[in-house]
Design a protein. Sequence first.
Length: 372
Amino acid sequence: MDTTAGEPPGAARARRAQGPDRHAGGRRQGGGLADAAGIAVLGCASVWALVAAAGRPARPEGTLLAVLAVSAGYALGRILGALLPALAPAAAAAAVLALVLVPAGRLTARPDAPPLGYPNADAALLVLATGAACCAAWTVRGRRRRIALRAAGLGAAAAALALGSAAGFVAGVAVVLCSLAAARLRRRLPALAALALVAALAVGTTCAVAVDALPAGLSASLTGQLTQPRVDLWHEAATLAERHPLRGVGPERFADSAPVDSAGEDAYPDVTLAEGPASASPQSAPLQLAAEQGIPGVVLLAVSFGWLLTALWRSPRPTPVVLTAAATLTGLAMLAAVDHVLSYAAVTAGTGFLAGIATARPLTPDQLPPET
C-alpha cells in the first residue's frame, strides 16, 4: 500500500532527510547533561580568570564579560529558538547587516566606524550573520525564501570583503557551502569531528608560527600574509607563556609585559595603536590566554569549543541546521586564532546566540520543510 499518497510534493524527501534525527531520540533529546557541562566549563573559566589575577594588578573583567556575554547569548538563543526557530536567526542576520551597512560612510574603512570600530570584528559579526541566515534557510518553507536567505548570507560575506577582511569573506563563503553540503549528510558526528580538526589545525598553525616550528619557507610565506608586527606579538606571547606556564602574567597584562625599545616606546606601534579597544593583545585568542592565564586558560578555551560542538551533536534540531551552526563556529574559531575578535562582547554574545538557536528544542515539531 502506498502510504505517501496525498502528501505535498517533496514531503517524502524531507521526511527521509529528517529520518536520522528522529531516530536518535534518547541520545539527542538528553541535552540536560550537555547544558550542565556548559555551566561547569563557563564557571571554571570565570574562576580561573580570578585565580590568574589574584595577587597582581590584573584585570579579569574582560574574561568575565566574555563568559557573561556567551551565557546570555546562549540563553536568549535557546528561548527564541524554541519560540521562533525560523524568524529568530533571520532577524538576527538582518540586524547585523543593518548595523554594518546602514550607517552613512560605513564602508569608508574609518577606524572608528560602527558598530564595533574594528573591521575584523565587524567581519566576525558578519560571519555569524551568514550562519544565522543559512540556519534560517533550513527552517523556512518555500524554495524562494531559502534562496533569499542564502543570498543574504552571501551578501554578509561580501560585506566582510568590502570591509577589507578577506578572511571573513572566505569564512562566510565556506559557511554557505558547508550549509548546502549538509543536506547530503545523514550522520552529524563525523562532520562535527572534521570541523573540530579544522579548528585544531588553525590553532596549531598559529602556535607553530609563534614558536618558529615551521620550515623557513612556509614560515616566511605565512609571516608575509599575517604581517611581521602580528607575528612578533605572537612570538612575545609564546615567550611569556613559556616563562609563566601555570597562571600566565595575569588577565589583560600582556601590554604591560610587552617588550619596549631603547627609547621606551612600544616595539609594535603599528599593531597596538591602530586596532581598536582590544589592541593590547597578541592578536590571537589562544595565544593571549596562554600568555595571560597560562596553559589552563588555553585548555578551558578548547574545552568550551568542544562543549559547543557536543551540545550541537546532541541537539534535537535537524542535522543541516546543526552542521551550519558548527561550520559558522569553526569559521569564527579560525578568525579568533589570528585576531582578537573574541575580545568584543558583541561577537561572543553572537556566538552564544547562534549556538543557542541551533540547540533549542522548538515548541512545534521541527522538520525540514519541503522544497516548494
